[in-house]
Design a protein around this ligand. Structure first.
Ligand code: DOR
Ligand code: ZN
Length: 338
């Protein structure tokens, strides 16, 4: 096929940051996507209604030239009251739970993943129908962190059968298998975890722009993720986890975690689904599954992808900073029709 149309593209896991960075990266998503679930791990994280509404406003301002819906989230805290959640419910799409210290700006996440400790907030969320997004990693050995988290997903899924739980950015065969065990478990998967393994990150020269949390895993994990995405498993959604950091925080000693994929996501996904003869499933993976799972109706927007070379910019600039995308300087075989 030499062209393909993506309708109402949704990125169900996106980091838009704030300030100048937001003004740069916001439009790189809003130009082509109809909506995105925006992560709350700012400094400080989004934990109040005021902070939430003003962040949503700043996103809208940054993306004002485009028909784009930012679906904003709240940063999970153990002490949210039922009344607080009831009041904020219509403003948010979900609440994101981070184990404390597990990734970028998660220091004030939860100290314990014990269901009894989390029960008060989870019970309110379940009653109010607020979905729970989880960064599912323990602080065990880096390659086993997601696998070790599986029993925690199981304990929450069985304790709260009415709570929609989204396993964010899954990276393992174990997580794919768990998806079918509980009706209330769903997942997002990133573009980079469909493409790379740990070998691409650290098998040769260290590649800081491919370093992220959770770290890319084994070939058999990538195959399981790719198979599920290509067949558009109905409980799996695209969530880029595009996580921009300034170049000096990536190309340094103590590299920040995050792969910046927003500007290449649609082109590379089209290439990937086309190469695997699965283009007919791409609109489900990138939009329809999420619309059903979250019950959302994103703005109508059709984006035409054409089989034409696209050279990925070596970086995107703002103020005195640069942000380096995945595949910087490389040539893709699909591009977005202007
Ligand atoms: O690699 C990551 N970067 N993983 C996350 O979970 C957070 C993200 C970020 O915010 O930079
Ligand atoms: Zn993330």
């Amino acid at each position: 096929m030499s062209s393909f149309t993506i309708s109402q593209a949704l990125d169900m896991h996106l980091h838009l940051r704030d300030g100048d960075m937001l003004n740069l990266v916001g439009p790189l998503t809003s130009k082509t996507f109809s909506g995105a679930l925006v992560m709350p791990n700012l400094v400080p994280p989004i934990t109040t209604k005021d902070a939430l509404l003003s962040y949503k406003q700043r996103i809208k301002e940054a993306c004002k030239d485009d028909d784009f819906e930012p679906y904003v989230t709240l940063f999970f805290q153990n002490n949210y009251s039922y009344e607080f959640l009831e009041d904020i419910k219509d403003e948010i799409i979900a609440i994101k739970l981070y184990p404390a210290g597990i990734t970028t700006n998660s220091e004030t996440g939860v100290a314990s993943m014990d269901v009894e400790v989390l029960r008060p907030t989870l019970e309110s969320m379940s009653k109010l129908g607020i979905p729970l997004c989880i960064h599912g990693e323990t602080n065990g050995f880096v390659m086993d962190r997601e696998k070790e988290f599986m029993p925690i997903y199981e304990s929450i899924a069985s304790a709260f059968p009415d709570l929609k739980i989204i396993m964010e950015h899954i990276t393992t065969k174990d997580a794919i298998e768990l998806l079918d065990k509980y009706d209330n478990l769903y997942a997002t998967v990133t573009l980079h975890h469909l493409l790379i393994t740990l070998d691409d990150v650290a098998g040769g020269m260290l590649q800081p722009h491919l370093f992220c949390k959770p770290i890319a895993k084994r070939p058999e994990d990538r195959s399981a993720l790719l198979n599920a995405a290509l067949k558009a498993h109905p409980k799996l959604m695209f969530g880029s986890d595009s996580a921009p950091h300034p170049k000096h925080k990536k190309e340094c000693c103590g590299c920040a975690a995050g792969v910046f994929t927003a500007p290449i996501a649609l082109q590379v996904l089209t290439q990937l689904f086309n190469d695997n003869n699965c283009l007919e499933n791409l609109n489900k993976f990138i939009s329809l599954n999420a619309q059903k799972i979250y019950g959302i109706k994103p703005p109508k927007k059709d984006i035409k992808l054409i089989q034409k070379e696209f050279i990925v910019p070596s970086s995107y600039e703002y103020k005195n900073e640069q942000v380096v995308p995945m595949y910087a300087g490389e040539t893709l075989t699909w591009s977005i029709e202007e």
